[in-house]
Write a protein of this length. Structure first.
Length: 120
């Protein structure tokens, strides 16, 4: 078996001081390790940071201030409303104080405009 085919070991997200391991081969996951094991993949480190930051913001702004929640339906509805605000109405300073959805729409509108070139 060549070096590229040799399974690498990634730590499992589980108890026991990180002693468990999940075998991974490029392009294939051993699903017996569980759904959270892919988080150790180095390619997704920045994605995980963004996700964890967003989840922290969600908990700080929505979940914790309104505790205790009476029903799961209340949490689901509040979460859907928060996600709508976060994606479509929140003003983001790094993109010119506009909502992310509007910025994305503008980006794709500009990038798909036909470019006119002239030849002499």
């Amino acid at each position: 078996m060549g070096d590229r085919e040799h399974p690498r070991r990634y730590p499992r997200h589980a108890g026991g001081g990180g002693r468990g391991h999940c075998r991974h081969r490029p392009g294939r996951w051993d699903l017996s390790c569980g759904p959270s094991d892919h988080r150790a993949d180095q390619r997704s480190a920045y994605d995980n940071t963004l996700m964890e930051s967003t989840i922290g913001l969600y908990k700080t702004e929505l979940i914790k201030p309104q505790r205790p929640w009476k029903t799961l339906s209340q949490v689901e509805l509040a979460t859907a409303e928060w996600i709508d605000w976060y994606c479509h109405r929140r003003l983001h300073g790094e993109i010119g104080h506009m909502p992310p959805g509007e910025y994305e729409t503008n980006y794709y509108t500009e990038s798909t405009k036909p470019q006119v070139t002239t030849t002499n």
